[in-house]
Write a protein that binds this ligand. Structure first.
Ligand SMILES: [Zn+2]
Length: 67
């Protein structure tokens, strides 16, 4: 059984909205995806809540450029 979910996230580097596909069947995980606009790596943290059948997605830039 696979549970796929499409999510829109804002790239922390350039601010563009990119579309990523999450595979929730593997449970919570950390992974990186390259922004298709600026090619910088985006650190994504996915938390799967089995109880409520929801996916929480957290996005952050690796280099901590918080203004
Ligand atoms: Zn970007």
């Amino acid at each position: 059984m696979h549970k796929y979910s499409m999510q829109n996230v804002n790239c922390p580097h350039c601010g563009h909205t990119i579309n990523i596909t999450l595979d929730a069947s593997a449970g919570s995980q950390n992974f990186y995806d390259d922004c298709s606009i600026c090619c910088n790596p985006i650190h994504l943290t996915m938390e799967v809540d089995e109880l409520h059948k929801t996916i929480n997605l957290f996005v952050d830039a690796d280099d901590e450029q918080i203004f």
